[in-house]
Design a protein around this ligand. Structure first.
Ligand SMILES: Cc1cc2nc3c(=O)[nH]c(=O)nc-3n(C[C@H](O)[C@H](O)[C@H](O)COP(=O)(O)OP(=O)(O)OC[C@H]3O[C@@H](n4cnc5c(N)ncnc54)[C@H](O)[C@@H]3O)c2cc1C
Length: 536
């Protein structure tokens, strides 16, 4: 059923003329689409794969002010990121959640624990006290507070706050795509840009439907290149010249069984001196990351990467038995696209700033988005809209608030209706939170439709796959509204099932077939076969 939404959008892409065509549906493209469409600009978006199929599904899932950039004295960047984090916290209270970072400092580390604590106080001040205050923890108190930490070499520690994306990064991105669709954006996944050319004062982008192989042209006044690590390659196809370009730093995460019941991020400095996190991910723990310079953005996880992460975890925690490769449930890998001027010296690339840069060619009405972070996404959306207006495109609703969860009254009404039908009483015992919270966070105002569906048929509140925290009625909703073309789109990005359930358990889950039937109807067998064949 959802493929119909996509197919009709693909048709419209070839038929209509747009003010703006956005290439790439990662976080930068998604916020640009929501911001433009939300202000009434006629917008289209294509991605050569699934939405958030690139780096935006491989992050650490943190919305953070960048405490580590204090060490490189990038106060302005930290100030900007803290402001962005605070705005996200306010706009998405059920998605961007504050969490404590329990930080352990080893003896012999380059700074004394108390000095690091003072840094966290400065961070808290720069963050305008929007979170709970930091606390110093003496070396002796570390093990009492968090027994899983190996305290033999611990000098001391601290606890401070930042935020994380409760569901996951890909879901966060998709919700911007969904919002843009609500505002009339014509978006389609699995449509690739093969290059764009100028003709008669407009852009003609040669597009290819990756599913059918068909090619067609998309006409627009402005092109926004938001292809993440592929911005340079896509600009080359269109002959767009820029002052900035990307360098790449690869980072991986491993997902393992929960290492502690305390719901907080365990923070260390790894053997390479960099920050290293163990972050709650639903019922599991996500561990990482690494920072390796690479030339090619198409990367995979190597045994060396795995062993680096596992050996650090085993050295820093008291795990019995220690973690081995067999304990890895899932992996995440991507490159950080780092914006740099072409002529700048790049010797110390790890120190390269993680700021985003929007480079505009006003004469040809072309924008390229370099670098950036999920945390700063709202600013990217706002700046793209400013550039588009400056390029002479009419912005009919400049002040519309295009982001954020629906207002408090609607939430109260939803919670009341959920309470009156005892929705939370229907929550599966294996779930990590009540159904009302989850439904509201994932679907906002569309969650009312789920209540209606459950009133019709209570059995649709059952979990389809064990530990997956997805009920049948949510999959029905996803089939209609979430443009799921392949089963992997649902298992890895709309949901995080693939990240928290072992592959062997997914493959034999009785509900997998039923999920496929709901999502793909008559194509269910084919989509399931394709999915099972594509897995390790
Ligand atoms: C290991 C790691 C950890 C990170 N942790 C954090 C964190 O905790 N917090 C944070 O704020 N940031 C974090 N980041 C940074 C953040 O994830 C990225 O900066 C951000 O996701 C980049 O988004 P993007 O939209 O630019 O790129 P992408 O998400 O890669 O999106 C680009 C899209 O363009 C599409 N595309 C490419 N070529 C074409 C084409 N020819 N036609 C159509 N589409 C095309 C791709 O398919 C892709 O979907 C992390 C990054 C990494 C690698």
């Amino acid at each position: 059923m959802t493929v119909t939404l996509r197919n009709s959008n693909v048709e419209k892409l070839g038929e209509q003329e747009f003010d703006v065509l956005i290439l790439g549906g990662g976080i930068n493209g998604a916020v640009a689409a929501a911001s433009l469409a939300g202000r009434g600009v006629k917008t289209a978006l294509i991605d050569k794969g699934d939405f958030a199929g690139g780096v935006s599904s491989s992050s650490s899932n943190l919305a953070w002010g960048g405490i580590k950039y204090l060490e490189t004295l990038e106060f302005l960047l930290v100030n900007k990121l803290c402001k962005s984090r605070n705005e996200l916290m306010r706009a998405y209270p059920s998605t961007v959640k504050e969490i404590r970072f329990f930080t352990t400092i080893q003896r012999g580390f380059r700074f004394w624990p108390f000095f690091v604590f003072l840094g966290s106080v400065l961070y808290w001040i720069i963050g305008r006290f929007a979170t709970k205050a930091p606390r110093y923890i003496s070396g002796r108190a570390i093990e009492d507070r968090e027994p899983v930490v190996n305290s033999t070499k611990t000098a001391g520690g601290l606890e401070y706050s930042d935020c994380y994306l409760y569901d996951n990064d890909a879901r966060f991105v998709f919700n911007f795509i969904r919002k843009s669709l609500n505002y009339g954006c014509i978006a389609a996944n699995y449509v690739e840009s093969m290059g764009a050319r100028r003709q008669g004062g407009e852009w003609i982008t040669a597009a290819r439907d990756v599913i059918t192989g068909e090619t067609f042209d998309i006409r627009s006044k402005v092109v926004v290149n938001a292809c993440g690590p592929y911005v340079d390659a896509v600009n080359r196809l269109s002959g767009a010249r820029t002052e900035y370009h990307h360098l790449f730093s690869k980072g991986i995460h491993l997902i393992v069984d929960k290492v502690t019941d305390n719901k907080r991020v365990l923070t260390f400095f790894a053997s390479d001196g960099r920050l290293f996190f163990l972050i709650p991910m639903g019922p599991k723990t996500c561990v990482g990351t690494t920072d390796t310079q690479v030339d090619d953005p198409a990367v995979g996880v190597t045994d060396e990467d795995r062993d680096f992460v596992l050996s650090n975890v085993n050295a820093l925690l008291d795990l019995e038995p220690p973690l081995t490769r067999a304990d890895i449930i899932a992996e995440r890998v991507g490159v950080r696209p780092l914006a740099t001027r072409r002529e700048s010296a790049t010797a110390d690339w790890v120190q390269l700033s993680r700021k985003h840069v929007i480079e505009a060619d006003e004469a040809t009405r072309h924008l390229s988005i370099f670098g950036g972070k999920l945390t700063d996404c709202l600013n990217v959306g706002k700046q793209v809209a400013q550039w588009v207006q400056r390029m002479g495109i009419d912005v009919p609703e400049p002040d519309n608030k295009w982001y954020g969860e629906p207002g408090g009254d609607l939430r109260d009404e939803f919670m009341l209706q959920a309470k009156l039908m005892d929705l939370d009483g229907m929550t599966d015992p294996s779930s990590s939170e009540p159904l009302s919270e989850r439904f509201w966070r994932r679907y906002g105002e569309s969650a009312f439709g789920l209540l209606e569906r459950i009133r019709e048929d209570e059995s649709c509140v059952e979990l389809l796959i064990e530990n997956a925290e997805y009920t049948r009625c949510e999959i029905e909703l996803a089939a209609r509204r979430e443009m799921i073309v392949k089963l992997e789109d649902f298992m890895r990005r709309r949901s995080k099932i693939e990240q928290v359930v072992r592959w062997e358990d997914i493959a034999k889950a009785p509900g997998l077939q039923e999920a496929c039937d709901i999502l793909f109807e008559e194509e269910a067998q084919e989509r399931l076969r394709e999915y099972l064949e594509g897995q390790p």
